[in-house]
Design a protein around this ligand. Structure first.
Ligand code: ADP
Ligand code: ZN
Ligand code: ZN
Length: 726
């Protein structure tokens, strides 16, 4: 008897699968098949993680599945899903959910399946019948006549010409018409942004050298390490190297995954792959409809598409014969998943490429310290066509009134006079950061979080950027009744307003999650900016992503050291890459470019090095600092946050947890419990576990959390475990 080991897709954390099921002869079950199974008193979906001949459960008590879904998962992906669950302290069900066909969900049935359409075509007998006097009813004649011009979907045909399915079936029985179900592919919309030509380029010497290194690894079956870091300055033509590498992989009959930060923000990259490889490319991302995503997934699963371009979840694309995984802009924070499992797609890509014998090619102008140390490097230090990198000037804002430095005002005025383009980044949404009463000092805070509410002027509301709480903007102080309410700080909304006034008639466009976070809205805005012959694009860090606009001559970063004021070991890394990336948007055309960086402390080392475009020097200094503190890449980090609705239990439990982790992993160092600001109505306490032995630390944390969570003391406490926190 064949027995399937099945991991049920349930939410329950306590259940430990897999469970055994009897495989009926009628089902062709293999590892990766998705079954509808009886589970306790319910029915639910389960993934087959293995097949066996024997079970601890007596044969007569083994249950059989009800049915099997049409789509299954390649076996290596089942292993990958389980591995991710393990590595990121999650459950097998949640790990497996990552690799399932889109829309599978965890319910008893899949929500999404492929769609087919009944289509009608005329047979040879049918064609003859139209002319040889065969007796036909008027309606039959009409339908046959319409089909003489070619195959039609039955529904549309009947709507247009009248008649019912019965009429069609009657024609089919007489052999005059053939009816068949045809699969319909739901296609995601393609929206090419970026007008530069799509054909393959002659690679520059640096590009050719990088490509050759990828080829060498691809064709060397016994290479021990197939990871590469492509460090190329902004505009050095990294995408062209990815394209050449993907072409080589396809020629070898293998497949490729290209990870990009966010499709909505980098539509140019995705469309360059589509333009080059056509239908061989499938695009997967969250803003497709369920049906579109499902069909794209199936095309990959069936091998009809062999290149998958998408954000972090595309690392789980159901491709076989994988030859290459590209991670574009590998420094980007969006590769980390925020919900459980909190996986890092860059690490998952390493695991997957390693298991598949595929090349891993990570590229960035501002690589992470982690990959700088670990991967062999390929370097492209110059821009295509030897365009110089823009000159960057850091200006101090101490003692300056208003949001803009006089030099920034001058530079923007020059853009208006020359009728060219500028990008201005201010990483803060809204009109002003907070309101304060000028008479009594009252400030407006979020009822759920310990933060101030941000004014959104156009909406007439003050909102929390952490929990989404929003209320009408006050006209007067709620404490003393004063109508003198001060607005402090500046966000993108107010900046847009000020630049509009300052630069009229020059057009000012704003891009942040208030102006439209959807793919459509973002793409339209970027298209509009590209089409302008002069204008200013302002926005949050969304404007610093890999856009390629040749005619941007000025880049401006406001409050560049805001990120440095956060107590976070990645503060320097973030600041450096944000400034260097924004600088990279400017001067990509014959007009050249310049960049102004405004900061409260203009002498900060990471700003100075970003201004010098000196990633290697920055990384050297940063790595020295991290080594001293044993931060990544010299140790792994696990963050555990305990939270409760009242103050007290979260701290008590975190303290207990810290003791237990210390006992289980003596080698690790534990910082905390440290209080975090109240968020979404929850008091929080954090532990930071630092360890040189990742798997031992993960195991210790998992065990300690599971033990503690099961005790009464943890009743009101929730746990969040984050391995590789960002
Ligand atoms: P990066 O990703 O490194 O920032 P891109 O790949 O976007 O750079 O390339 C910048 C621009 O240079 C693009 O418009 C691209 O089409 C062009 N380009 C890249 N390689 C070449 C080449 N070998 N010859 C001519 N133009 C190129
Ligand atoms: Zn007041
Ligand atoms: Zn809030």
């Amino acid at each position: 008897m064949e027995i399937a080991r099945v991991e049920p897709l349930t939410r329950a954390r306590a259940l430990r699968g897999p469970f055994d099921y009897r495989v009926p002869e009628s089902l062709d079950v293999r590892p990766g098949s998705v079954l509808v199974i009886p589970f306790g008193r319910r029915r639910c979906l389960g993934v087959v993680v293995g097949l066996t001949e024997s079970s601890d459960v007596p044969a007569e008590r083994l249950l059989a599945p009800y049915s099997m879904l049409e789509a299954d998962v390649p076996e290596p992906l089942v292993e990958l899903g389980l591995r991710v669950a393990e590595e990121y302290c999650s459950t097998p069900a949640r790990g497996l959910a990552l690799v399932l066909p889109p829309g599978t969900g965890t319910g008893a049935t899949a929500r999404t399946r492929s769609r087919s359409l009944l289509t009608a075509s005329i047979t040879a007998t049918g064609t003859a019948a139209l002319v040889d006097g065969t007796r036909l009813g008027a309606r039959q004649q009409e339908l046959l006549g319409a089909l003489a011009n070619g195959q039609r979907p039955a529904g549309a045909l009947l709507r247009e010409r009248g008649g019912t399915h019965t009429t069609l079936r009657a024609l089919e029985r007489r052999g005059l018409v053939a009816l068949e179900q045809q699969a319909v592919r739901r296609r995601p919309p393609i929206r090419p942004v970026g007008g530069r030509s799509a054909g393959p380029r002659v690679l520059s010497a640096d590009q050719a050298a990088a490509f050759a290194a990828v080829l060498a690894l691809l064709d060397q079956p016994d290479a021990a390490d197939r990871r590469l870091l492509l460090h190329g300055v902004t505009g050095s033509g990294k995408t062209e190297v990815y394209l050449a590498a993907v072409a080589a992989v396809l020629e070898r009959g293998r497949s490729a995954i290209v990870l990009v930060p966010e499709i909505a923000l980098t539509p140019q990259t995705a469309s360059r792959f589509q333009q080059r490889f056509g239908d061989t490319v499938a695009i997967l991302h969250s803003q497709l409809s369920d049906g579109e995503r499902y069909d794209e997934w199936l095309r990959l699963r069936r091998g009809e598409a062999r290149v998958c371009v998408g954000p972090r979840s595309a690392v789980f694309a159901p491709l076989e014969q994988l030859g290459l995984i590209v991670i574009d802009e590998e420094h980007d924070g969006s590769y980390k998943q925020e919900g459980d499992p909190r996986y890092d797609a860059r690490r998952v890509a390493e695991l997957r490429a390693g298991a598949a014998g595929a090349v891993l090619l990570a590229g960035s102008a501002t690589p992470r310290p982690e990959s700088w140390v670990a991967f062999p490097r390929l370097s492209m230090p110059d821009r295509v066509d030897s365009l110089p990198l823009p000159a960057v000037e850091v200006v101090g804002m101490a003692g300056i009134e208003g949001a803009l430095h006089p030099r920034t005002v001058d530079a923007l005025a020059e853009v208006r006079e020359r009728r060219s383009k500028a990008i201005v980044m201010l990483n803060r949404r809204g009109w002003s950061n907070f309101l304060a009463c000028r008479d009594c000092g009252h400030t407006w805070g979020c009822p759920n979080c310990d933060v101030t509410l941000v004014l959104h002027q156009a909406a007439g509301r003050i909102s929390c950027h952490h929990c989404g709480h929003s209320q009408a903007a006050p006209r007067a102080c709620s404490e003393c009744g004063s109508v003198s309410v001060g607005r402090h700080g500046i966000g993108t909304e107010r900046l847009e307003h000020e630049l509009d006034r300052l630069l009229a008639p020059l057009e000012v466009l704003r891009l942040d999650s208030d102006t439209g976070s959807g793919r459509e809205a973002t793409a339209r805005l970027l298209e509009r900016f590209e089409a302008l012959d002069a204008g200013v694009l302002i926005g949050t860090q969304m404007v610093a992503k890999g856009h390629d606009f040749p005619d941007v001559e000025l880049g401006v970063v406001l409050d560049a050291d805001a990120t440095l004021r956060f107590p976070d070991f990645r503060a320097e890394e973030r600041t450096f890459s944000l400034v260097a990336q924004l600088a990279g948007r400017s001067g990509r055309g014959p007009g050249g470019g310049r960049v102004l960086v405004q900061a409260l402390e203009p002498d900060a080392e990471c700003l100075r090095l970003a201004a010098a475009h000196d990633a290697p020097a920055f990384l050297a200094a940063e790595l020295e600092r991290r080594a001293a503190l044993r931060y990544p890449p010299f140790g792994d980090l696990i963050r555990v946050v305990c939270s409760s609705s009242e103050r007290g239990p979260e701290l008590e439990v975190a303290t207990l947890l810290a003791e237990r982790i210390a006992a289980l992993a003596p080698e690790a160092t534990i910082a905390g419990p440290a209080p975090l600001f109240r968020l979404k109505g929850r008091e929080r306490s954090q532990l930071l576990v630092k360890s040189a032995s990742r798997s031992a630390a993960v195991r210790a944390v998992r065990e300690a959390v599971e033990t503690t969570a099961a005790e009464p003391i943890s009743g009101p406490v929730a746990f969040a475990v984050d391995v590789d926190p960002q």
